[in-house]
Design a binder for this molecule. Structure first.
Ligand code: HEM
Length: 182
């Protein structure tokens, strides 16, 4: 997993909890990278899982809540870092529909080693989008947070429900997203 995801996670832990909490998380996670990350380096995605699990124990917040909150925070960071990816989009659902075919394709050009999920989209109505997540990595709640962060960014109120399943080594989640201010 790309280093920026780790460095931003560590920054968020320090800001929202404290530098001591971050130190404890890094010490107790048994990271393969020894806790040294650069934003353009590449690291085992299991290290992210290990850190979130350690943080969950340290601050007594469920893992799923932490990953979702991190995704929500991360969207603002990513769009701030790559503002051109916003394109001409002015609302959340149109942007979300472009993530697989445009945004992540551009990410892959910048970082050819990037390991990205696949998203299949189906528009069920003007304010209603189905998004199907599929990945070998267990980050569907990161996707949920990113979807909500996207809503925050475009100023749209969203209602999101989802159902997850697993098939072989693939983690899959169907997101049902309604933009309720349209
Ligand atoms: C400006 C917008 C975005 C940018 C620049 C971006 C970029 C990235 C980058 C750099 C990674 C890490 C790749 C790696 O570790 O190798 C990533 C992973 C990921 N992205 Fe995006 N992303 C964006 C928007 C979104 C949105 C809106 C969603 C959700 C619908 C999403 C879902 C994910 C997920 C779930 C992963 C984790 C990898 C996995 O699940 O397999 N991204 N993205």
């Amino acid at each position: 997993m790309l280093g920026i995801v780790f460095t931003e996670f560590m920054e968020m832990v320090e800001e929202q909890f404290s530098a001591d909490v971050l130190d404890d998380v890094l010490e107790s996670s048994n990271l393969s990278s020894d806790g040294i990350f650069t934003s353009v380096g590449y690291y085992d995605h299991q290290d992210m899982v290990r850190m979130v699990v350690a943080l969950s124990k340290r601050v007594d917040v469920p893992v799923d809540d932490l990953i979702e909150a991190f995704g929500r925070h991360l969207f603002g960071i990513l769009i701030g870092k790559y503002p051109a990816l916003k394109g001409d989009y002015t609302n959340t659902l149109d942007f979300l529909e472009s993530v697989d075919s445009t945004v992540h394709i551009q990410v892959l050009k910048l970082y050819p080693n990037a390991e990205l999920p696949k998203f299949g989209c189906e528009r069920l109505g003007p304010g209603h989008l189905k998004m199907h997540y599929s990945s070998k990595r267990p980050f569907s709640l990161l996707a949920l947070g990113l979807i909500k962060g996207c809503g925050d960014y475009f100023g749209n109120a969203l209602e999101v429900s989802f159902e997850s399943s697993q098939s072989g080594e693939y983690h899959m989640t169907d997101f049902d997203i309604r933009q309720i201010d349209e």
